[in-house]
Design a protein around this ligand. Structure first.
Ligand SMILES: *[C@@H]1O[C@H](CO)[C@@H](O)[C@H](O)[C@H]1NC(C)=O
Length: 332
């Protein structure tokens, strides 16, 4: 008796389906993770050069997701999330997003501190310079937040300043603009150059280039000087931040920094200063945790839409991730 062709097809089909079901059951965990990695690649426009690299990056991604999930299961005051850095090991992240090679020296030339006599008791309990129109939108690059802030406060004009001009034209060879190395060097450059031009005039290119002197001479905003906030004193930092956005250096290379997603960052962090951010306010959560509000420059997919909160007034005088060690601000 001949087996009808349709039945035969059904049997063959079943064997195929059943065996693939067994296979996917065995690899179910990874299948979901492979799918997640694919979606992540699409979201962040990540393209790998070949299957080997993709397999390698997948393993890093998987390990990072596991770390994020186990961290979040501990229900701390802050949480981590998958972001554009999730296929990087922490060493790779440190190497690309911070300036480990550009150690910030401890020795800063002494400056005045014009807020020294401000009374702490007279300061507002919460400050957020974003609500005063003093902060430009989050950029996916270095930042000139403190300079943009003082320009707005003194001229009334909020101008997104050219980070690239600093990268290309700062003769210090400090190629990290406002973000890296000695932040005071960025202020020194702006003063010597007679200011900075706009982001629109001299846009970001993500690499070191020749200084376009004709554009660079077209300064729209400048500062007269800068001052350092006395080191390792969060009270002094509070006096300054209540009056204007302040540049702070932090240790931004930690895994908790790599995947920070929201909440008030607390607990252990390094003090190996390697990243520049801006303190743009402070406040207190409903559970009484005091925090600094900071603006980062890693786009809006990092942190709280590009912002970060870190615990304020901790017992370690260096501050969370060393934020109180080298704050400084431009003056008008
Ligand atoms: C702070 O007060 C002291 C004493 O009155 C004064 O000598 C000093 O100049 C003041 N500092 C600033 C920065 O205003």
């Amino acid at each position: 008796m001949a087996i009808p062709k349709a039945l035969l097809l059904a049997i063959v089909g079943c064997i195929c389906l059943c065996s693939s079901a067994v296979l996917s059951a065995r690899e179910l965990g990874d299948t979901a993770m492979v799918e997640r990695h694919e979606q992540w690649m699409a979201k962040f426009n990540r393209v790998y050069k070949d299957g080997t690299e993709k397999a390698q990056r997948f393993e890093v991604f998987k390990a990072n997701v596991a770390f994020i999930e186990s961290f979040n299961a501990e229900n701390r005051k802050f949480w981590l999330g998958v972001n554009q850095f999730t296929d990087l090991t922490n060493d790779e992240f440190r190497a690309t997003k911070t300036n480990k090679g550009l150690k910030m020296s401890g020795g800063r030339a002494p400056t005045g501190f014009k807020y020294s006599n401000v009374s702490i008791d007279a300061l507002p309990t919460a400050v957020d310079w974003r609500t005063k129109g003093v902060v430009t939108p989050i950029k996916d690059q270095g930042q000139c937040v403190a300079t943009e802030g003082i320009v707005k406060l003194s001229t009334g004009k909020l101008i997104s300043l050219s980070e690239q001009e600093l990268v290309d034209c700062d003769v210090h060879g400090v190629d990290q603009g406002c973000e890296g190395g000695e932040m005071d060097d960025a202020f020194k450059f702006i003063i010597k150059n007679g200011g900075l031009t706009t982001e629109a005039n001299y846009p970001y290119t993500a690499q070191d280039g020749q200084c376009k002197t004709s554009i660079a001479s077209n300064s729209v905003a400048t500062i007269k000087g800068y001052e350092d906030v006395p080191a390792n004193d969060e009270s002094s930092l509070m006096k300054a931040v209540a009056n204007q956005p302040v540049s702070v250096a932090v240790d931004g290379g930690d895994v908790i920094f790599q995947h920070y997603s929201g909440g008030v960052m607390t607990g252990s962090c390094g003090t190996d200063l390697d990243h520049g951010i801006a303190a743009i306010g402070y406040g207190m959560t409903s559970d009484g945790t005091k925090y600094w509000l900071l603006k980062n420059s890693w786009g809006t997919t990092w942190g709280e839409s590009g912002y970060l909160r870190m615990e304020k007034d901790i017992s370690d005088k260096s501050g969370m991730c060393g934020l109180a060690m080298q704050p400084s601000y431009p003056t008008e």
